[in-house]
Write a protein that binds this ligand. Structure first.
Ligand SMILES: [Zn+2]
Length: 164
């Protein structure tokens, strides 16, 4: 209950602040829904509406929900998060950070590689805040990165090193 009250206040601010990145993110989400099944019940995942706060996909068969991020690199510990204000409000009222699915895609020596990893729990200490510079097109905007991801327990949902 508390969850939905807090989130409804921020639902319009939580996404869409970086148009280019969001487009890339949309492609990444569509791919996740196409390539993997729910890690809990193995039914199909579906995308949530774009303005849905914090979560990007949900299961069609159970209560599983997750945030999805796309990273144009081999699996690594630091990936870009989102705006800081929303996640800060959420954490302040004691809500845990949503489970995270990361779609890593890269090209090496002309070959595509892809891994989709699932991090079921992300402690607060794995978020790092930063601020965009004053000459950025969103001056001084506060954001966060996920850090130390590879040291957290995670599941490999897709491993495809040499995709054509
Ligand atoms: Zn499920």
């Amino acid at each position: 209950m508390l969850f939905s009250v807090v989130l409804s206040k921020y639902s319009n601010q939580s996404k869409g602040n970086m148009p280019n990145r969001k487009t890339q993110g949309d492609i990444g989400e569509t791919e996740v829904v196409k390539l993997i099944q729910c890690p809990n019940c193995h039914k199909k995942l579906q995308k949530l509406p774009r303005n849905y706060p914090l979560y990007d996909v949900q299961c069609t068969g159970c209560s599983f929900r997750a945030q999805v991020k796309t990273s144009q690199s081999k699996p690594k510990g630091i990936i870009r998060g989102a705006g800081w204000d929303v996640i800060e409000k959420v954490m302040k009222v004691g809500i845990t950070i949503p489970p995270l699915i990361v779609n890593f895609r890269w090209i090496k020596s002309g070959k595509k590689g892809q891994q989709i990893l699932f991090f079921p729990f992300i402690p607060k200490s794995n978020l790092r805040r930063y601020q965009l510079s004053s000459n950025h097109r969103q001056p001084n905007y506060k954001m966060f990165n996920y850090t130390g991801l590879m040291r957290l327990p995670h599941f490999t949902l897709l491993q495809d090193e040499n995709k054509e």
